[in-house]
Design a binder for this molecule. Structure first.
Ligand SMILES: *Cc1c(COP(=O)(O)O)cnc(C)c1O
Length: 430
């Protein structure tokens, strides 16, 4: 039995000071009905809690740590950078270096701006889209998460063209009123919507590989349809690649599926584990952003030299060694095929969905194509599986609705150990 005494005490104390004891809700383990280990350190593919337990980490800070934790080159770059001061609020050479590096991976980012979180990136991209088109309405998809800004925090309703109802108290109805939610992977529905009101829509924002209802790839034709109808009606297509950028492929989902969005949002990996994100794309659109243009956007710590350093070091390693993407993907593929095989062998209905190095094991019989599919998964089976794994040193995301990630530090031995634990867990569920 896993000893989490210190973590339980720490959680009780944290709850006195922070809502739910955490600074981001999913960390609280509420969705699996338990309490989280408190983390002391991490290295490579391992994460260690304050009770001295060791886990093979498939959360990887919710995606960023593709090189594994505490990569030597990233750490060395950061140590040097800190000695030069941690923030100036003035231009640096680093920012242009990072911009060039990002553009090398994603040439559609003709011009870009650095911000501090994925939330900021999507929120700002929408403002630019609205400013550029002079239109107010935006379209998002049920089950896609784009951070917690007001107009994007809209109830994942079912049915077609559900008009925005705020997902949270504190979001004014007005802030969500211009948000139209549509079912993911439904090309026909989106065509219908654009036939009716396409000329009033500023932008469609989409996770081109959905990761926030679990990993759900786009069905053939879906992204193509989005590209087509937005172009036809003068709306912008925004790819939120905060999660799938550098995961779906080196060039993100846009490279993998061959679709050119007008704007792209990046986060997670791009900051190498520091608070940093980016939005950018077409030069004519990005030229609307202040001070080049009238659409206001700013940030005291944006382009922060420490965050830039972590991002630059991470992207440099990735660029120098293109085999990393192949290796991470191969390891993820092996793990996913193993999980599916073992589930089937045990007679447990599971579907493992993967794109590049992100994946979800769904306790669902058959493919998960949208939020409705995801929401009928066997949550009790997920909880049992999750807890057994945690107790045996395998650290998965504590929710059926999340993606898991693999790093270049996950070796065949770790994958083998992970599969051995999975096999035992599946047998519990028989
Ligand atoms: C994580 C995530 C965000 C939000 O990023 P934060 O840095 O948490 O604000 C936005 N979009 C997608 C697709 C994400 O996965």
């Amino acid at each position: 039995m896993l000893n989490l005494d210190k973590s339980h005490k720490a959680f009780a104390e944290a709850k006195l000071y922070m809502p739910g004891g955490v600074n981001s809700p999913v960390r609280s383990y509420r969705s699996v009905g338990s309490e989280p280990p408190f983390i002391a350190s991490a290295s490579g593919d391992r994460i260690y809690d304050i009770d001295g337990n060791e886990y093979i980490d498939y959360v990887l800070s919710w995606g960023p740590m593709i090189l594994g934790h505490a990569n030597a080159e990233v750490v060395a770059a950061l140590q040097e950078a800190v000695l030069r001061g941690t923030s100036y609020g003035a231009p640096t050479l680093l920012e242009t270096e990072v911009a060039k590096k990002i553009q090398a991976f994603m040439p559609t980012m003709e011009m870009l701006r650095m911000v501090n979180s994925g939330t900021e990136a999507t929120m700002s991209a929408l403002r630019v889209a609205r400013g550029f088109t002079g239109r107010d309405k935006i379209v998002k998809f049920v089950g896609c998460y784009h951070g917690h800004s007001d107009s994007l925090l809209v109830k994942a309703g079912s049915g077609l063209a559900t008009f925005g109802v705020p997902d949270s108290p504190g979001v004014p109805a007005g802030a969500a009123a211009d948000t139209i939610t549509m079912p993911y992977n439904d090309s026909q529905a989106i065509r219908g919507l654009f036939d009716e009101q396409g000329d009033t829509i500023a932008a469609v924002i989409v996770e081109p590989v959905a990761g926030n209802m679990g990993c759900v790839p786009p069905v053939p034709g879906f992204l193509e349809t989005l590209r087509e109808v937005t172009e036809e009606h003068g709306a912008l297509l925004i790819f939120d690649e905060v999660m799938c950028g550098f995961r779906a492929s080196a060039g993100g989902a846009q490279k993998l599926y061959g679709i050119i969005p007008d704007l792209t949002c990046l986060g997670k990996i791009v900051g190498g584990g520091m608070p940093m994100a980016v939005f950018g794309g077409r030069k004519d659109v990005m030229s609307c952003v202040a001070p080049a243009g009238p659409v206001y956007q700013a940030g005291t710590l944006s382009g922060n030299p420490i965050a830039m350093t972590a991002g630059l070091a991470t992207l440099s390693v990735l660029q120098r060694d293109p085999t990393i993407f192949r290796r991470v993907e191969a390891a993820t593929k092996e793990l996913c095929e193993g999980l599916e095989r073992l589930g089937e062998a045990a007679g447990v209905p599971v579907t493992v969905q993967r794109v590049g190095s992100m994946f979800t094991l769904f306790f669902h019989d058959g493919p998960v194509c949208n939020f409705d599919d995801a929401s009928v998964c066997d949550m009790e089976a997920f909880k049992t599986f999750f807890h057994y794994n945690l107790e045996h040193g395998i650290y998965y995301a504590p929710s059926q609705y999340e993606s898991n990630f693999v790093s270049v530090m996950h070796n065949p031995k770790e994958i083998e150990k992970t599969l051995a634990v999975a096999e035992e867990a599946f047998h519990l569920l028989k």
